[in-house]
Design a protein around this ligand. Structure first.
Ligand SMILES: Nc1ncnc2c1ncn2[C@@H]1O[C@H](COP(=O)(O)OP(=O)(O)OP(=O)(O)O)[C@@H](O)[C@H]1O
Length: 545
């Protein structure tokens, strides 16, 4: 009989119960209540039948597992991993058999990966399908073992993927990939594949899936053609801290009726931000009208923005035409590339923004207009104001709130996510199977410099998809993407400002050289360079700073 005494670690224990009656107990198994159970032949017989059971003791409820040995039984006691497991085992006499069924079911194979995306378990039927020996995949990176798997992605995103189609060994299967969390942390993932299952269900699932994607695609396409302001935070792909912050800012600002200036490098998604601002605002039912400041021909600015009255031009629409501000009535107007608008247009815009009215060309009375103003630019407008290239009064009017959109270089962790998002979307558009992005290609895209930001990445993915051969995109599919040291990035500034920068740098060098030549004699330096002494002092102060 076991000695019964207080145990140091009551959380678990084990005992070997010999069929002859001898018991060697450890940990929890040495406690009085447990020892009594182990010594009770009826209790042991019931446990042998179930293999997995629960035991209620004054210390709590425990899971009990029996493993038959030669002439003895090994009985293990353990704290349960969770109440649901306890309840399941307590309620179902054949819990063991169910677990066995789940892990070996030939119609619903299972793969389990750990938090490093290494294979922890594969159902025997799945192993056989991949030509693996029993246990042959264990411990290996799942990508090496299972074709087209995305279990590593599911680990990274923590998001389940249900009912997806996966191509394996030339056949398409319906799969689900589910992250498993413990205490809020993803500790692994399971993949399930309807292996042989009813073929109809599989085909149906595939069909529904393809239709769903197609509907999504055409819905977006139609919305874009209608110029609808559909958009939402979900359209902004990315999980980096910078993107999460951006989304938080958008959600905060959208419901307020204040003008917003969106600033960011070219191709960072400023238009998406504008659409989300509109979609989350009380004005969402009305239109979002976009005006591109860089594309407005000077001669048409007025009629385009403010419309024209009936009979204003010979040959013009007799009834007159609404301008963009009138079209945006009750909605939002997006003044895109506002930094590119010439001074005369800026003056006209200021009037509209200040007075809330527009005057149609050839019209008599100003018409009140009700719009929410959103502007976007890649220019440094403050600097343009300082240089006299942008009106200060207009700047104040358009920028009570400024939203900064981060460049791709500041959120490289989003690159794989964006690349896969575009692969998915573009594969639908070009009606091509969606290829996998192989890890080396993913690494290349992550490291590359993207002066054109998300737009450039999208183009690179599109080119790769169109020219791709096979089901996998390797680095060779991205011949124009340079790995390693960054290519020179064009600043988020128009050409004029870059020229100004280089002029300033050149001027600094000339001044420094002249100062050396003339041993610091400022009078001589000013004379040599043909500049005033006051200007020289100013530039020297800037250079020293
Ligand atoms: N976070 C994102 N998620 C998904 N798509 C994005 C994202 N950012 C940009 N894109 C896509 O990249 C392309 C360029 O984005 P967009 O036109 O909004 O950029 P922009 O900042 O307005 O550029 P520009 O200043 O050159 O007009 C679009 O196809 C857009 O859908």
């Amino acid at each position: 009989m076991p000695r019964t005494q207080p145990v140091a670690s009551p959380g678990c224990g084990a005992a070997i119960v010999e069929h002859g009656g001898r018991i060697a107990a450890h940990g929890l198994a040495r406690s009085r209540e447990v020892a009594a159970c182990l010594a009770d032949p009826a209790w042991m017989a019931a446990l042998r039948g179930r293999r997995l059971a629960t035991l209620a003791t004054p210390r709590g409820r425990f899971l009990v597992l029996l493993m038959p040995l030669d002439g003895a039984d090994l009985v293990v006691f353990s704290e349960p991993p969770g109440d649901a497991v306890l309840e399941f085992v307590a309620a179902v006499d054949f819990a063991w058999d169910i677990i066995e069924h789940v892990v070996t079911d030939p119609f619903d194979a299972m793969t389990v990966v750990d938090d490093q995306a290494r294979v922890a378990y594969i159902s025997p039927v799945h192993e056989a399908f991949f030509g693996l020996d029993r246990g042959g995949g264990i411990g290996r990176p799942v990508r090496e073992v299972i074709e087209n798997t995305r279990l590593d992605r599911v680990l990274a995103t923590g998001r389940p993927e249900i009912g997806e189609i996966q191509r394996m060994r030339g056949a398409e299967r319906v799969v689900s990939r589910i992250p498993i969390t413990r205490d809020g942390r993803v500790v692994g993932a399971i993949g399930r594949v309807m292996f042989k299952g009813p073929q109809q269900v599989e085909a149906l699932a595939r069909h529904v899936n393809a239709l769903q994607r197609e509907v999504d695609f055409y819905r977006r396409e139609a919305a874009a053609l209608r110029g609808d302001a559909v958009g939402s935070l979900d359209d902004i792909v990315g999980e980096s801290a910078a993107i999460r912050r951006l989304k938080r800012d958008i959600a905060k600002v959208a419901p307020l009726d204040v003008p917003v200036l969106i600033h960011g490098e070219s191709g960072t998604g400023k238009e998406l931000v504008a659409r989300a601002l509109h979609a989350l605002s009380p004005r969402r039912a009305a239109a979002l009208v976009a005006v591109n400041g860089a594309a407005l021909p000077a001669s048409l600015v007025e009629s385009e923005l403010f419309g024209y009255a009936p009979g204003a031009f010979t040959g013009a629409d007799r009834k007159g035409r609404k301008g963009r501000f009138e079209q945006a009535a009750g909605g939002t107007i997006l003044l895109d590339e506002i930094g590119e608008m010439p001074p005369e247009t800026q003056a006209k815009l200021l009037r509209v923004v200040q007075e809330g009215t527009v005057e149609r060309v050839g019209g008599e009375a100003p018409l009140p207009v009700d719009f929410r103003l959103v502007s976007a630019t890649h220019c440094d407008l403050k600097r343009m104001v300082a240089e006299g290239r942008f009106r200060l009064d207009l700047f104040y009017r358009i920028s009570p709130v400024v939203i900064e959109v981060p460049g791709l270089a500041e959120r490289r962790e989003d690159i794989p996510l964006l690349a896969r998002h575009f692969l998915h979307e573009l594969a639908q558009r070009h009606r091509r199977p969606e290829p996998e992005l192989d890890p080396a290609a993913e690494a290349l895209l992550r490291q590359a410099d993207w002066p054109g930001n998300v737009r450039e990445l999208r183009h690179a993915v599109e080119r790769a998809l169109i020219f791709a051969e096979g089901e996998r995109l390797t680095p060779a599919a991205f011949p124009d993407v340079a790995a390693g040291p960054a290519r020179p990035r064009p600043a988020a500034e128009p050409q004029g400002a870059r020229l100004a920068d280089s002029m300033a740098a050149l001027e600094g060098t000339k001044i420094r050289e002249a100062m050396q030549r003339n041993r610091g004699n400022k009078k001589r330096v000013a004379a040599e360079l043909g500049i005033s002494r006051t200007y020289l002092y100013k530039r020297l102060a800037e250079i020293d700073a």
